[in-house]
Design a protein around this ligand. Structure first.
Ligand code: SF4
Length: 210
């Protein structure tokens, strides 16, 4: 049942979200890694206001790694948790320089070895920058997947494993991006917009019409 539902979900989301773009602005894998670290507990919109300034001053791993920490903190301050985030993006930049010749690596194992990079970010980078299949599981993907009974897990890694069983590999990146955007704009955490939802007729959690 879940496999059938998953396939129909993907079909409908392909229609409602034809172009599931990453909303974090970036012009390179390096910029997307850094923007993703900054996006923790922060909106993409806010991150998109900060990154042009950040990359305008320090456009590559070498310059960001060597920048004065207080200046980096000041620039990333609007994204919240700025001390930790500044530390993380500078450590990550240093690791890119020292271990990967200033290039973002292209495997899960190498990506998650970087400071501030977990499986969610790694899967995003793999799909968006390198065309490799990866299921992004953030809070939206987890919630939507549970509401659609594609998983009953809370732990993101377990959700990822469940979705790997249900989604065809060629759809891992775009499919999970669509679930994410659907959660961000339609299947909202507090008040899901069920009457506007293209998945309502197959969703076990659809709210009754009032
Ligand atoms: S019908 Fe409602 S609960 Fe189900 S996916 Fe759509 S918005 Fe979410």
């Amino acid at each position: 049942m879940s496999k059938k539902r998953a396939s129909e979900v993907l079909k409908r989301l392909e229609v409602s979200i034809p172009d599931p773009k990453v909303e974090l602005k970036h012009t390179s894998p390096f910029e997307l890694v850094i923007a993703t670290i900054l996006s923790a507990q922060c909106t993409d919109e806010r991150v998109n206001q900060v990154t042009p300034v950040l990359f305008g001053r320090w456009p590559d791993p070498e310059s960001l790694a060597g920048a004065p920490v207080d200046e980096v903190e000041e620039v990333v301050r609007p994204t919240g948790f700025y001390r930790n985030k500044a530390k993380s993006i500078q450590a990550c930049s240093r690791q890119l320089v020292e271990r990967f010749g200033s290039q973002v690596p292209q495997t899960m194992e190498d990506l998650v070895s970087l400071s501030g990079v977990g499986r969610k970010t790694a899967n995003l980078i793999l799909g968006e920058c390198f065309g490799k299949p990866g299921i992004i599981v953030d809070t939206h993907v987890g919630r939507v997947s549970r509401r659609l009974h594609l998983t009953d897990k809370e732990d993101p890694e377990e959700v990822e494993t469940d979705l790997q069983q249900l989604l065809p590999k060629k759809n891992w990146s775009a499919g999970s991006s669509r679930l994410l955007l659907h959660g961000r704009y339609v299947c909202l955490a507090k008040k899901p917009r069920c009457p506007d939802c293209c998945l309502a007729s197959l969703c076990p959690s659809v709210l009754p019409m009032v």
